[in-house]
Design a protein around this ligand. Structure first.
Ligand SMILES: Cc1cc2nc3c(=O)[nH]c(=O)nc-3n(C[C@H](O)[C@H](O)[C@H](O)COP(=O)(O)OP(=O)(O)OC[C@H]3O[C@@H](n4cnc5c(N)ncnc54)[C@H](O)[C@@H]3O)c2cc1C
Length: 248
């Protein structure tokens, strides 16, 4: 059942040139959610640091963000916010908002859920950019709660500098044998040793040969999710085994 929580920005950490992790303090309140769900921020924008609201861009704004922190965390919630080109609210959250500022969080919402006892043995999560946020929640929760779920992340970015939470993903996968990842870069420089180019079937086939019943989770902007969906359907994956969250 969604609820409204009054929160304060506790921490703001820049992860990549255009992405920040924002941590909100829940105090004594408890937000119970399932891996993959999102919250809606209810933000009363303040005119400061040159930021302006007007007739078209009103002071009270609502935006959705996937929960990136572990479902085991009770006192805070972490969101990954990409400052989009010409983005109004994402710019406010990442550049203008200060530690200690208040806002309301409503949720949890969404059906892009990974249950703790899923009807699958294995998950392949295909993400681009900030679409990795719900996967971070899943990896962190699988790790902290020792859940018996295999999860492989196929994470597409433009350059190495754009890989969100790279060190943490590498370290979670090194520590937990059920977790694995591949990074692919669409604008890799010559020194990059990993996968290159947009997501294609050869990046997925080695992961499908293990006979485990697999579900695919796709998350990111519409073009990426639609492309990955079409690719999986061409590979013969049943639409029933594909779940998607589109950021728009
Ligand atoms: C269920 C759901 C979960 C979401 N979770 C996240 C999240 O975890 N992290 C996150 O950064 N955003 C997420 N979004 C997108 C977020 O709600 C906002 O749309 C985004 O922050 C842009 O808001 P804005 O006011 O800055 O720009 P707007 O003026 O609302 O939009 C500017 C443009 O940015 C595009 N856009 C939106 N999100 C992205 C993105 N992530 N990357 C590239 N382009 C984008 C929009 O299609 C639009 O064309 C989510 C959206 C939905 C529906």
């Amino acid at each position: 059942m969604p609820q409204e929580f009054k929160t304060k920005l506790k921490e703001k950490k820049q992860l990549t040139p255009d992405t920040w992790a924002l941590t909100f303090d829940l105090g004594a309140q408890t937000l119970v959610f399932q891996m993959g769900q999102f919250v809606m921020l209810k933000i009363l924008l303040h005119e400061k640091k040159g930021f302006m609201v007007n007739e078209e861009k009103k002071q009270l704004q609502y935006r959705s963000y996937s929960i990136a922190s572990s479902a085991a965390e009770k006192n805070f919630i972490e969101l990954i916010v990409k400052k989009t080109a010409d983005g109004f609210v994402s710019r406010y959250l990442t550049e203008i908002m200060d530690i200690g500022n208040e806002l309301s969080i409503m949720g949890p919402y969404g059906n892009f859920i990974l249950p703790e006892n899923p009807p699958y043995e294995s998950i392949i999560f295909i993400a681009a950019g900030s679409g990795v946020a719900p996967c971070l929640c899943m990896m962190r929760t699988i790790n902290t709660r020792a859940l018996p779920i295999y999860l492989h992340l196929l994470f597409s970015n433009k350059t190495e500098a754009d890989i969100i939470a790279r060190k943490e993903i590498e370290s979670l996968c090194a520590d937990n044998l059920l977790l694995s990842y591949d990074f692919t870069l669409t604008r890799a420089d010559d020194s990059w040793q990993g996968l290159k180019g947009r997501i294609h079937s050869e990046m997925l086939t080695p992961r499908l040969s293990n006979k485990k019943r697999t579900a695919f989770y796709l998350c990111g902007v519409p073009a990426m999710v639609n492309e990955a969906n079409a690719l999986l359907e061409n590979m013969g994956v049943s639409p029933n085994d594909i779940k998607q969250e589109i950021y728009n």
